[in-house]
Design a protein around this ligand. Structure first.
Ligand code: ADP
Ligand code: MG
Length: 294
């Protein structure tokens, strides 16, 4: 094992001089002894894990490790059997419902893009702002700045030139960026992204990595990712989840040499061998064809 020190890793990469002293070295998210079981089968096993303010953390691990379940529990979609999820100092997210997350400042992106196909790119962002205003009760206050916020967000996600186009006509990559934009206009403190580059071309993937780097700093990001080339290229701190526990944590170049990590990826099943190969930098295909999304 390389390390199992979430607190220290978070502090190292989440350091940000502009933050109040009270936030320095404190995690924005702290998962404590989190256990999730389905029908007696333990998916997350006394898991301890944390992310610093302004940090971008990558979460990897073999299929079935519990990555999506962890995001489900953080966002109130599933309830833990035991443990706490402390967010932003005080809130125990495990006691909150899924529909509270936007107001609390937690944004989640699922793997399949879900945009309003018949609305324009601009209107998609407008809908999300309206949604946030309604639930926070800030309708009047936000109205004045809505236009600016949408224009800024479009620029941030590289879709200014697509503003008036209907979302249904966007490429797979553009839809993913639009969906990231739809989260950004809601100003989350923590963004949770489940496999954001799945099905993307190499070029789209690189642009996504740059986008994530550019939106980090002001907010914390947890990226679950299977694409090891992408992780190698853009990750600073990587957490490896295996059998519902943190198996290893640290820099990708260290983590991918960890014998325990390699063993976990090899597993017993033939289907996991390509994953293990990718972990160590063997590339299968340079530019996979984009998958159709439903
Ligand atoms: N709602 C559920 N009911 C029963 N088992 C589940 C449920 N959700 C996930 N699991 C099981 O939990 C394990 C971890 O799943 P998941 O979190 O999706 O893994 P990952 O995202 O790391 O591939 C798997 O064995 C999966 O079958
Ligand atoms: Mg998953």
């Amino acid at each position: 094992m390389i390390s199992n020190r979430p607190q220290q890793a978070a502090a190292a990469s989440g350091a940000n001089g502009s933050r109040p002293a009270s936030e320095a070295n404190k995690p924005i998210l702290s998962v404590e002894s989190l256990t999730v079981s389905f029908d007696g089968f333990t998916v997350l096993d006394e898991l301890d894990f944390s992310i610093g303010y302004g940090e971008m953390r990558f979460l990897i691990g073999p299929n079935g490790a519990g990555k999506t379940t962890l995001i489900d529990v953080i966002t109130g979609k599933s309830k833990p059997t035991r443990g706490r999820i402390v967010f932003d100092g005080t809130t125990d997210l495990s006691r909150r419902q899924e529909h509270h997350m936007v107001r609390l400042g937690v944004g989640r992106k699922f793997q399949t893009p879900s945009v309003y196909s018949s609305l324009t790119v601009y209107q998609n962002l407008e809908v999300m702002l309206g949604f946030r205003s309604r639930i926070t009760g800030l309708l009047g206050k936000l109205r004045r700045n809505d236009g600016d916020r949408i224009v800024d967000t479009l620029e941030q996600v590289g879709l200014s030139h697509r503003s008036k186009d209907v979302a249904g006509g966007l490429s797979h990559g553009e839809k993913q960026w639009l969906e990231i934009g739809m989260l950004l206009v809601q100003e989350p403190k923590l963004l949770l992204l489940d496999e954001p580059v799945a099905g993307m071309t190499r070029r789209e993937r690189d642009r996504t990595g740059e986008l994530l780097q550019s939106i980090g700093g002001d907010r914390s990001i947890l990226v679950v990712e299977h694409d090891m080339d992408f992780v190698r290229q853009f990750a600073q701190t990587v957490t490896v989840l295996h059998l519902g526990k943190v198996l290893s944590e640290g820099a990708m170049e260290d983590v991918q040499q960890d014998p325990e990590v390699i063993r976990a990826y090899l597993g017993n099943s033939r289907t996991q061998r390509p994953e293990a190969a990718r972990l160590n930098g063997r590339r299968e295909a340079e530019d996979p064809a984009p998958v159709a999304d439903g």
